[in-house]
Ligand binder design. Sequence first.
Ligand code: PMP
Length: 360
Amino acid sequence: NEKRIYNFSAGPSQLPEAVLKKAQKQMLNYEGSGMSVMEMSHRSAIYDAILKETQDRLRRLMRIPENYKILFLQGGATMQFSAIPLNLLQKGKADYIISGYFAKKAYQEAKKYGEIHIAASSEGNDFSYIPKQEELLLSDDADYVYLCTNNTIYGTEYNYVPNTNGIAIVADMSSDILSREIDVTDYGLIFAGAQKNMGCAGLTVVIVREDLLGHVRKEAPVLLDYALQVEKDSMYNTPPTYAIYILDLVLEWLENLGGIAEIQKRNEAKAKLLYDCLDQSDFYSTSVCKKDRSNMNVTFRSPNAELDALFVKESSELGMCNLKGHRAVGGMRASIYNAMPREGVEELVAFMKDFEKRYK
Ligand code: PMP
């Protein structure tokens, strides 16, 4: 049975079918090399070309200036929660904006290494909104300001870049990188786990402004030293070779369809289908503040937990899977990253309307 489902998982998540097919085609014999990318030495010329091509594509697509370095690392986004303070603290102080579960995790980890200040938090309101500029209590001597641009679990997303008076912003973009146009120069460091919008698990991308490097704490694990990773071009040890190759294919797919401006339009249209459906309904509800709604993770619920469970069961039987909300929130969550086709969202909306009619 070749039929694929619509996978609404928050990550690892659906990949473009074209990417999977190309990887399948190249699986046994990559471009006449007689072997799979998985079997290549990371130091071979043929693999080096893949790595360079991936960096070049990312630089082009995101318009990353030359003074920003691109790193391909392991350990997931979570490893960066430690690497960031270990590398970027100089005076020893940083401000964290707590807008969700993963920003809080990053804050807790950073506290091991310095004087970490909460600039704002929406935890008291169940992370239903993104703290506004006026709420931010920023220190004037912080080494950086930390935020998470899209809160995967709660379904909120920044629609502004905070003014930090020139202090570098460090941004976790794990769940919205490549989904919309950004100006990389608004940030000092951007990082993302690859398993949502970039490819498969095992790879974490870090984009860092050169002048922030060179202050790593001497007791930091060698693999977490950004400056060393830059010097070795992510090859201090074996990088996640296959996951980098999959990223290359995802970036090629994105270039072919018209780049980030085009995918942003499609993403906005997909999210609008779902939010319009929620807004027109008095059966479904969402606790997310309207102006902070995420275009990547749409959270909602039905009138009660029994109906939520039934919704997840019935939708899954129809080939729309992984719509159960995160255990911290309950209800439902539709993750509609770049690779989710519009047809998947249309099918979900049709199901939602039908479900409402039957159980209202
Ligand atoms: N940050 C965000 C915004 C995430 O959504 C996730 C994972 N879902 C993480 C960090 C943690 O990523 P990882 O599992 O790659 O460590």
